[in-house]
Ligand binder design. Structure first.
Ligand SMILES: [Zn+2]
Length: 415
């Protein structure tokens, strides 16, 4: 049973690169290098010599009868005290897909990629290797990044044989192959599949994000002497806005197409119990898969915040923090993925991805789809991360089927 072999490999990797606190494969560090060495040994067992590109991504190719290529991705790096499945489930399932064909020549070329520094756990820049390969990385943005000890990212890169100014050369990897599909298996890292009690889900794409700071300015005043109708309470305007934004998210959510919003930061001034708040700043993070829905959510939030400011007699200023477009996956691959999942598990729930993944960087370059495995208690980035054994096996089996179905579709010219 090949799904079982994947689980054995995952356990072996965990035993080599974890402490009692969890996985310690932080990118550019010694345990990560050890994980990669171990993995290179695994590849050699099936006659494949991995290569490393100029951004530190590791590639393994099984040439097929046709140069048309299916890319299968994942990442061996983890956060500190991470889970045993995040990232490496994708890499080791990809390994199994190659191992199945080793010694033979598959109809199309299979290429595994272990992306470097997906997590950004040490220096704060996620999707580092995949963004270099995709051409969306700006090396200048890396120059001032340091870890907690003050080590510069650029020095950590050089220590690992990566010359920062040449990271863009990694774009060659995609430009010199005939890539027809990108597939990635990952643990969900959230509670959606668990809430449905489904082992495996088809991922529709990664959310777009609109992230803003809203600053409400009223007038600080004495909490005893100022009658409520005469107040200009900045906090209440912010609170009205936060509640309105929750309603907006509810209104725009559809089954299988949920949207979210979060006010995660609230700052109140003067911040004393006997004063009406004169200033209140909140963050507003809105996410959706459909660009039109995301734009409408933002417009609705602007209306709601304006109304709340007016009703509370305060002024309002918006400060943009960050935004990213939604990255919807390929409809044909979503169908193939659903077929594979349904054949193994009986049902194929579809869900968007809240977190970003390397797959999102591939969307502008080729058809992409991801598959998610059930997260026990919705937990990830911690040692408790897990998928029940039978669900994990079914998910891996579904993913191997997806690779086969994709190979058949590419060979037949349908992708
Ligand atoms: Zn991950």
């Amino acid at each position: 049973m090949s799904a079982h072999d994947v689980i054995l490999n995952l356990r072996e990797l965990a035993s080599l690169t974890s402490t009692p606190d969890g996985a310690q494969r932080v990118a550019w560090g010694p345990m990560w290098r050890q994980a990669r060495e171990w993995f290179a040994g695994k590849l050699k067992e099936i006659g494949i010599q991995p290569t490393t590109d100029s951004a530190g991504n590791s590639w393994a190719t099984l040439p097929g009868q046709s140069p048309k290529t299916i890319l299968i991705g994942g990442h061996l790096d983890s956060v500190p005290n991470g889970g045993w499945l995040d990232g490496c489930l994708g890499v080791l399932s990809a390994y199994e897909a190659l191992r199945r064909y080793a010694g033979a020549r598959p109809a199309v070329t299979l290429k595994l990629v272990d992306w470097a520094d997906e997590e950004g756990a040490r220096f704060g820049r996620s999707l580092l290797g995949s963004s270099a390969a995709a051409g969306s990385l700006k090396v200048d943005d890396l120059r001032n990044l340091r870890d907690k000890e003050g080590t510069r990212l650029l020095d950590a890169l050089r220590e690992n044989g990566v010359e920062p100014d040449r990271m863009g050369d990694a774009q060659r990897e995609l430009k010199t192959i005939d890539a027809r599909a990108y597939l990635e298996l990952h643990i969900e890292q959230g509670p959606v599949l668990e809430s449905m009690n489904k082992p495996t889900g088809v991922v529709l794409g990664t959310f777009g994000v609109e992230r803003n700071i809203l600053r409400f300015t009223g007038q600080a005043a004495h909490s005893g002497s100022t009658p409520i109708p005469l107040r200009r309470d900045a906090f209440l305007a912010a609170a009205d806005t936060a509640l309105a934004c929750r309603e907006i998210a509810r209104r725009h959510s559809r089954p299988g197409a949920g949207v979210v919003c979060t006010c995660g930061v609230v700052k109140v001034e003067p911040g004393i119990v006997t004063a009406v708040p004169g200033i209140c700043e909140i963050s507003l993070d809105q996410r959706a898969l459909d660009p039109a829905v995301l734009a409408q959510m933002l417009a609705d939030a602007r209306d709601a915040a304006d109304r709340a400011a007016r009703e509370n007699n305060v002024s309002l200023e918006w400060k943009p923090l960050w935004r990213i477009e939604p990255r919807p996956f390929d409809a044909r691959l979503i169908d193939l993925c659903a077929e594979a999942v349904r054949e193994v598990t009986g049902d194929a729930p579809k869900l968007p991805s809240g977190p970003l993944h390397d797959a999102a960087e591939m969307v502008p370059h080729m058809p992409v789809v991801m598959m998610f495995a059930y997260s026990s208690n919705g937990l990830s980035h911690c040692k408790e991360e897990d998928t029940p054994a039978n669900y994990l096996e079914q998910t891996i089996e579904s993913f191997l089927r997806l690779v086969e179905k994709t190979a058949t579709a590419v060979a037949a010219g349908r992708l």
